[in-house]
Ligand binder design. Structure first.
Ligand code: BMA
Length: 850
């Protein structure tokens, strides 16, 4: 597209005259409308798109659909879609080569929206902020990005991130419409539930925000009806001229049993159909159909016996819940490509991996309504950041005005969702000041702290507390919570393990060594990179790209030393591939990065889970594990467990196990093996612990132990087995650390069974006795799924089944195969066949890496 601009460099972005900053107009829609320096325009033919209104109701003129898109001098004009953006329009049209505009609509009425380049706008705002700089100016060069993202209220990662490309695109990327009315208009409608302890009763707070255009107040009746809860209440109301809200409190009939909304794995996600009817003396009648959910959330920060500091955990419906999940980033560089199906696939994959929560990270976007609807449906709790990340931000009046409109809109839009359990001010900006990421001279520090408090506390927090008192707010992540507040909102060390949440990244230490991990109250970010599978990369590359040093690979790696860090981590425990076949080498490295990532995050997550019920040297009581990151924005190396397109990396299969509701976890401390029973169940269970030791050289167990009557307590992690490694090796004749491996599981009554877990006694590069296994599989169809009957001739570590670009997921993958035969189910996401699956199948285990 001929949007001309200079590349960043000594000359910097094109200088635009300093002027009043662009106004974010239309607050709720959040569309930036700038009239100076028109570089791009959109034209819509409004006529013929007027949809007839219901009798007496408002006229709605939808502006969805086809628009004409062009640049400033008129040399480029093409068809665009709303919702849509410049890049997708260009892409759809085959990018600049050859497009046909003969079908462009010729109409009478036009709406014209002019855009200035987001990059130039951000640069101009930064240049005009003369009193002091607001860092960072630009992202690190490895990100190949654009500068001054913090000066524009726009998806921050669209200027590039350490896992994503730079596409600071523009366009009307959400629905847009004209709403015409003569009397009043309902702008927002939201419900939040409360449990009134004194009355032992649920109540619903219903807030309706109206714009009343008549000069006189409008009186009327509002009736709320929830048939299933035998609750009906009528209120007489008076709408005052102007914008204002009415708040109605509905007490739920006490003789009806209310089923609460529960997170995934803890109960059902019951919602009740509710109708709200507004019958007003002027204007039309409004009928709103919604789902009423009942759940409470409390962020508990209180002293813990035997530990300095405060707890940091969530009580949902009065029950402490261990938060298991990951961090969500935008699902695509171009939001208009994100469909309901995209969201469903990713979120269902999270739920299928036993996750109960995701953090919508603050460098992306406030997700579309459908995202939160699906989370409500699947029981995925949302930690919702406001969209500020890894930067300092301005606080001039215009900027604050825009932020205030943004925050109140988002809170009003989203607060009815039971899935959202927390509002959080920003990503890592408290830490950025506390740890002086941007090398601010000590003398200037106060200026930035003042800005920080102005933005997140005096504005964002104030608005959130006024708009929504049904869920907690924290100013940042990571934070020390109440301790940060005490220290003036910027704590000395926001990563303190005795308070709040932590983010933890360490790429050089051996990730199998649990002692390197912080025994934190809540791990809200931690992770390791890996490469996506070959079939995913293949779609966007060609043969000459298939090596780690190709231009392609370097272009897509946005994290400094990312590949080296992966290789170093792999080298701790695995042999690096030696093959001279370049493509096999590339594929082997992909496989190894995924194995490494899965094993690292397994170790770290299990550490957090087994730390939930204990305090060791004042640390522990860990009540959350959200690894970085769930999904990918493009096909590139990243921390994600789901590839762009939704394919599960080995990590995601591991997550299904390490987040299982019942899990035995092993670790070693000073030569002693400890096995903990970790449970999310609401009741205690009497179980049998089965420990089976194998020699790498044989599919026959060397020795087994069955320990009956093991009590795994409800919602806790308790030690259930302790044995010195020397003793274990002795009792399993002829075992050495290098020749044997330990597997273990928990079994109960009525089919209750944990996943089978493993504990390595040495690095796999030192393993003795591993044989080259012959892996084979036969595929058959059973109704909607496919069964892969696997066979092996020897123990096979990290068996990976890969069916290329056929969309779907396996029931298990990346496992340690200790049985001769194993059945694995494939759940297709699109129609396929036995033949196609057989043709595409690749079976790999660690011994295939040569
Ligand atoms: C965290 C995140 C992101 C980043 C990730 C991996 O700190 O908040 O900013 O992508 O680390 O480096």
């Amino acid at each position: 597209m001929a949007v001309r601009r200079q590349r960043r460099g000594a000359a910097g972005p094109p200088a635009l005259p300093c002027r009043r900053p662009c106004r974010l107009s239309g607050g709720r829609a959040g569309v930036a409308i700038c009239r100076a320096a028109p570089l791009l325009f959109l034209l819509v033919a409004a006529a013929g798109r007027v949809s007839a209104s219901a009798a007496g109701g408002p006229e709605v003129h939808s502006l969805r659909g086809s628009w004409r898109l062009g640049n400033g001098n008129g040399s480029v004009v093409l068809r665009g879609e709303v919702p849509g953006c410049v890049h997708t329009a260009l892409h759809r049209q085959g990018v600049i080569q050859s497009f046909d505009i003969t079908s462009a609509i010729k109409e009478v009425n036009f709406v014209e929206v002019r855009f200035i380049s987001a990059i130039s706008y951000a640069a101009e705002q930064s240049r005009c902020h003369k009193a002091y700089s607001i860092p960072p100016a630009c992202p690190p060069p490895v990100q190949k990005g654009e500068c001054h993202a913090n000066f524009i209220r726009k998806e921050q990662c669209s200027f590039s991130w350490d896992w994503g490309p730079s596409f600071p695109t523009q366009g009307i990327w959400k629905d847009v419409r004209i709403e015409a009315y003569n009397h009043y208009h309902l702008i927002y409608f939201s419900l939040t539930s409360f449990f009134v302890k004194s009355a032992q009763q649920w109540s619903l707070e219903i807030e309706s925000v109206f714009d009343v255009v008549s000069s006189e107040p409008i009186a009327g009746l509002v009736t709320v009806n929830i048939p299933k809860l035998q609750t009906q209440q009528t209120f007489s109301v008076k709408l005052q001229p102007g914008e204002g809200s009415i708040v109605l409190l509905v007490n739920i009939n006490k003789s009806s049993t209310v089923e609460a909304w529960w997170p995934n794995g803890h109960g059902k996600q019951t919602g009740y159909n509710m109708t709200t009817t507004f019958i007003m003396e002027a204007g039309h009648q409004i009928e709103k159909f919604s789902k009423a959910y009942f759940r409470t959330v409390e962020l508990v920060q209180e002293p813990i016996p035997g530990s300095p500091g405060l707890s940091f955990y969530f009580n949902i419906n009065g029950r402490p819940i261990f938060i298991k999940g990951s961090n969500w980033i935008p699902a695509d560089s171009f939001q208009d490509r994100v469909t309901y199906d995209t969201l469903w696939l990713l979120l269902k994959s999270a739920a299928d991996a036993n996750m109960n929560a995701l953090r919508v990270w603050g460098g992306g976007v406030y997700e579309q309504d459908e995202f939160y609807d699906i989370c409500d449906e699947l029981g995925i709790m949302i930690w919702q950041d406001f969209m500020f990340a890894c930067a300092l931000y301005p606080t001039d009046q215009n900027y604050l005005e825009s932020v205030r409109a943004e925050i109140s809109h988002q809170v009003r839009r989203l607060k009815s969702h039971p899935s959202i359990i927390l509002w959080s001010g920003n990503n890592e900006n408290e830490a950025a000041i506390a740890n002086n990421w941007f090398s601010i001279p000590y003398a200037d520090r106060e200026v930035y702290i003042k800005d920080y408090v102005m933005l997140y506390v005096k504005n964002i927090r104030e608005i959130v507390l006024a708009e929504d008192r049904s869920r907690p707010f924290i100013a940042s992540s990571p934070t020390n919570g109440l301790e940060s507040v005490k220290e003036g909102w910027v704590s000395q060390n926001p990563y303190d393990t005795h308070y709040g949440d932590t983010h933890f990244y360490d790429y050089s230490s051996d990730c199998w060594n649990w002692t390197v991990y912080p025994k934190t109250r809540f791990a809200s970010e931690y992770g390791f990179q890996s490469w996506p599978s070959f079939s995913t990369i293949k779609k966007v590359s060609s043969t000459e790209d298939w090596s780690y040093t190709s231009n392609f690979s370097l272009h897509r790696q946005h994290h400094e030393n990312g590949n080296d860090q992966m290789f170093q981590q792999i080298g701790h425990h695995f042999k690096l591939p030696q093959t001279t076949d370049p493509i096999k080498k590339f594929k082997d490295m992909i496989y190894l990065t995924q194995v490494m990532q899965a094993q690292c995050i397994k170790t770290e997550t299990e550490f957090y889970r087994f730390s939930q019920s204990e305090i060791i040297k004042g640390e522990g009581h860990t009540m959350g594990a959200l690894y970085w990151q769930l999904n990918d924005i493009w096909q590139a190396p990243s921390w994600a467990s789901l590839e762009y397109g939704g394919k599960w990396k080995l990590l995601h299969y591991f997550a299904q196990n390490f987040f299982a509701p019942l899990l035995p976890v092993a670790y070693e401390d000073k030569g002693v093996l400890y096995i903990y029973g970790v449970s999310d169940f609401h009741v205690d269970h009497k179980l049998t612990l089965r420990v089976v030791v194998y020699a790498w050289s044989s599919l026959e167990p060397v020795c087994t132990l069955a320990k009956d009557g093991v009590t795994v307590k409800a919602q806790s992690a308790v030690p259930i087995h302790k044995e010195s490694i020397n003793y274990l090796l002795e009792r399993c004749r002829n075992c050495t650390r290098k020749s044997c491996v330990i597997t273990f599981c928990l079994v109960g009554e009525g089919g209750l069974q944990s996943p089978t877990n493993h504990h390595f006694l040495s690095s796999l590069k030192d393993a003795v006795g591993l044989q080259k296994s012959q892996l084979s599989a036969s595929v058959s169809q059973q109704d909607d799924v496919y069964i892969f009957a696997l066979q092996t001739t020897a123990i096979a570590p990290f068996v990976s089944l890969d069916v290329g670009s056929i969309k779907g997921r396996f029931s298990d993958n990346g496992f340690l195969m200790t049985e001769k035969k194993k059945l694995v189910v494939f759940y297709p996401w699109e129609p396929t066949s036995v033949e196609e699956l057989e043709k595409s199948l690749t079976l790999t285990s660690l011994v295939d890496v040569v």
